[in-house]
Design a protein. Structure first.
Length: 273
């Protein structure tokens, strides 16, 4: 692994957090498939020479873009060793475990993408400056980040429901690195400007995601702060908390499917010519 500076995130994503996401690879790719489609369409919008996927997780988006572009080389980078370990390489896809904030990339990418992988930097300006340095002149940034928790109720429903039973959980939005770190558009725009990007745009993206209802227990026990906390609880407390979390999701259940609205920003920018 290359050097990293975000030690707290590295510890989480190489510990229980990363293992949970690695074990849930197929479920995560299913739920977030609509966002993958958005990034694949962006990649296909013009000819590409080399693509970098930041915070690639287990590589679903990296592989999808590579398949869509043919023989264009694609690199996926993630700080999480457990996820990189299960990422599937192909002829034109490779993966590196690294902290993208400080990794010494070659300046060879004309497109940088990310599906919810760029909200966890210790220093976002430094990270996006490093990514700009990895981009060829005129190259593009095209990333998807979450808007606030009010636009993504599914992300906080379980935690709010079990808070009385699990007071040790961190606050829903504690500031700093996390899912909502780039939710404020003016701050995100300024951050990218300070990092040297030009032509910055933010466009709202509202999509409905879904999963089979029988997958919901896995979703709640494997992902996020609730999932990590449940894995370490005594059985009787765990059963009570999981039952409470499942009931809180009743409003999202429609027959044999769980459906929930999501709100994101599509953030675009260009490297200076």
């Amino acid at each position: 692994m290359t050097p990293e500076v975000n030690s707290e995130q590295a510890a989480m994503w190489n510990g229980a957090g990363g293992h949970g996401w690695a074990a849930s690879r197929d479920m995560v790719d299913l739920i977030l498939k609509p966002f993958e489609d958005v990034l694949v369409a962006a990649a296909r919008a013009k000819p590409r020479r080399q693509v970098l996927d930041v915070g690639c997780g287990t590589g679903g988006v990296t592989r999808a873009i590579a398949a869509a572009l043919g023989d264009v080389p694609c690199l996926g980078v993630d700080i999480s060793g457990p996820q990189i370990d299960v990422a599937e390489r192909t002829a034109n896809v490779r993966f590196v475990q690294a902290d993208a904030q400080v990794h010494a990339f070659e300046p060879e990418f004309d497109l940088i993408v990310s599906r919810f992988g760029v909200m966890f930097f210790d220093d976002s300006v430094a990270a996006f400056r490093n990514l700009r340095a990895a981009t060829t002149p005129g190259g593009e940034l095209h990333v998807v980040v979450w808007r606030g928790d009010e636009d993504n109720p599914f992300m906080t429903t379980a935690q709010r429901a079990v808070e009385p039973l699990m007071p040790e959980l961190p606050p829903v939005d504690s500031g700093g690195p996390g899912p909502f770190a780039l939710a404020e558009p003016d701050q995100t725009r300024k951050m990218l400007e300070d990092a040297g990007w030009t032509g910055i745009g933010l466009e709202k993206l509202d999509l409905t995601c879904s999963m089979p209802v029988d997958v919901l227990p896995q979703y709640l026990t494997m992902l996020g702060p609730v999932g990590r906390a449940l894995q370490g609880m005594e059985e009787h407390r765990r059963a009570e908390a999981l039952g409470t979390a499942l009931k809180a999701f009743d409003s999202f259940v429609h027959g044999d499917e769980v459906r929930f609205p999501t709100g994101a920003w599509v953030v675009t920018a260009s490297a200076p010519l």
